[in-house]
Each structure stands twice: as C-alpha cells, then as structure tokens.
Ligand binder design. Sequence first.
Ligand code: 5GP
Length: 183
Amino acid sequence: MANSDEFEKFISAEELEQRIAELGAQISADYAGKDLLLIAVLKGSVIFLADLMRNITVPHSVDFMATSSYGSSTETSGIVRIVKDLTMSITGRNVLIVEDIIDTGHTLHYLLRFLKAREPREIRIVTLLDKRERREVDIEVDYVGFVIPNAFVIGYGLDFDEMYRNLPYIAIPKEGFFGSEVE
Ligand code: 5GP
C-alpha cells in the first residue's frame, strides 16, 4: 500500500468543509419550500453526499445509482452502463444529481438522458470537482465545489483501483504512484 509521501495534498479537509457548507447553504436557499430528491452516483460521491446532506437544511430524500464505464480505471471511454438503478420514482420530482467529479462529461450526459426519460419535474447537478478543460460533451452544471486542472485525483471518496477513498482530503498522486506495488 502506497503511503502519504506518494501523493500531494491538493484540497485540504478544512477547504472541503468550508466549500461544502457554502454549497449546502446555496442549495437550501434555492430549494426552500420546494420538493428535493438527491441522487448520488456511487461510489465516489458518498463522502461528499454525506457531508453535503448535513449542510442542507431543507427536507429532502436521497436515492442511489451506480454506473460503470468501460475502459481503464483512470480514463473514461464514453460508454456508460447502469449497474444499479434507483429504488424511487423520479416522475414529477425536483432531482439534484450529486457527483464527485465531472471529467469528459460522458457519464453525466448519458445519465441525464436516462433520467429525463422518466419525466422528473426538473434536474440539476451538483459536483464537488469539475475538470472543465477536459470536457468533451456540453453539460450545464448548477453547483460546482472546485474547478480543478487536468490531473488524476484521489481521496474524499475518489479511488485509485478501489483504494484511497478514505483519505479525508483530495490528493494528487506523485510520479511513480501508479506503478507502486500493493504489499
Ligand atoms: P466522465 O464521464 O465525466 O469523463 O468521468 C466521470 C467519472 O470518471 C467520475 O465519476 C469518476 O468515477 C471518474 N474520474 C474522472 N476523473 C477522475 C479522477 O481524477 N480521479 C478519480 N478517482 N476518478 C475520476
């Protein structure tokens, strides 16, 4: 298992906490007196969801989906598969999709089409991280935590090979990290 000198802290726990409080306050104001259903995309967004929910002061429900993209773990291929569907109906509801990171945008583009077919009242998107310069399809994002440059990041829910989701901050692996052996 690689240790912490193999990656660099990029967004600290304190910065995450502060920004998520701001996002929560903004979302609470925007949805005051309205219906709200959060849809989190597993697995990367669970830590963000848990912190965001506790900063949203208006009543809301939550449901989960899981997607997988064909291709390697560090590159998205644009072909998306739904591996876990919602348990609740979204017809007529105000849906807020909770994402960990938007990179090329292919995953969300597919997901939006899939969810819109069920005729929700409205769909908005909140993402913790936005790698805007990597976008290949146009997506309107309503709430963004941090716009980040084109680097592979781990921690705070985001994995490398299913590991490192537990880091309480966002980190960028240093050179040599991807080749490191798990002991
Ligand atoms: P997109 O379809 O927008 O290209 O990719 C979205 C998905 O790719 C994210 O939900 C995430 O699973 C994965 N991804 C994209 N960039 C990163 C990154 O820097 N780190 C990690 N761990 N996953 C990423």
